[in-house]
Design a protein around this ligand. Structure first.
Ligand code: ATP
Length: 247
């Protein structure tokens, strides 16, 4: 059975800047894969290509064995995402936003699905509030509820807990772990919070200047490279990859 997401030799340049330089990786069923890397490493560019927002210069993207290039609507119907840089329309209420996205994704019994998500993400109190008036943490909760509306097979999360307080972040992490454990879905997760990555991700990839330099289990990877913590490893990979024999 193919993975949920399969990327081969993906490349994207903006003029002279090569943002993604021939990367290949898979996200398996029930797997949470962490895509790590310093600012400008190419994480958002990669996610944007998987979402079909950016066209790769070369390489392939397959969702459950179907090429995004040739089965775009089928592939994208099974995908969803949440990112701080893509807020929901602020002049619509929480319920209206969920309805719009539910209809866009062709969700059956959309009212029932909205009620379910409002309950699951504890949004009842905010249901009729305009999204633009919500705190950043509340907006994140709504964005995650929206990301689940079509019961995606692939969930793309770009720093999903960046604006959440520790208790809300823990709750959100638990929901995402539950999502990955149920059904056959997979998650591609970017975060700069190494504690979170170690807790949540089954596997991580270190991206630097558009290339994958390292990958493995975030719990054992630091020790394999003579480092105490994932953060220490991250800093070394970002600043001095040659000291680890990477380039
Ligand atoms: P961050 O952690 O800061 O969000 P990132 O890993 O998501 O960074 P990208 O946003 O993918 O990195 O950027 C990768 C590289 O591509 C950077 O050098 C960036 O300056 C460049 N880049 C991204 N978008 C554009 C664009 N629209 N035009 C020109 N260059 C771009």
């Amino acid at each position: 059975m193919p993975g949920v997401l399969s990327i081969r030799n993906l490349r994207k340049a903006y003029g002279e800047t090569v943002a993604v330089d021939g990367i290949s990786f898979e996200v398996g069923h029930n797997e949470i894969l962490g895509l790590l890397g310093p600012n400008g490493a190419g994480k958002t560019t990669t996610i944007s290509m998987v979402l079909g927002v950016l066209h790769p210069d070369s390489g392939s993207i397959q969702l459950e064995g179907k090429s995004l290039a040739t089965h775009r609507s089928t592939a994208l119907a099974r995908t969803n995402f949440a990112a701080v840089y893509a807020p929901l329309p602020g002049n619509l209420t929480v319920q209206q936003n969920l309805r719009v996205f539910g209809l866009l994704y062709g969700v059956k019994n959309v009212s029932d699905r909205i009620n379910q998500l409002i309950h699951e993400f504890d949004l009842e109190r905010l249901r009729h509030m305009k999204c633009g008036a919500l705190s950043s943490g509340e907006q994140t909760r709504v964005a995650l509820a929206k990301a689940m509306i079509n019961r995606p097979h692939l969930l793309l999360l770009d720093e999903p807990t960046a604006s959440l307080d520790p208790s809300a972040a823990r709750e959100i992490r638990a929901r995402i772990v539950k999502f990955a454990a149920q059904g056959t879905g997979g998650v591609l997760w970017t975060s700069h919070n190494m504690y979170e990555v170690q807790e949540v991700c089954d596997r991580v990839l270190f991206l630097s200047r558009g290339r994958i330099l390292l990958g493995g289990n975030p719990k054992t990877l630091p020790g394999e490279h003579g480092k105490q913590t994932l953060e220490e490893l991250f800093i070394t990979v970002a600043r001095e990859p040659l000291t680890l024999g990477l380039s």
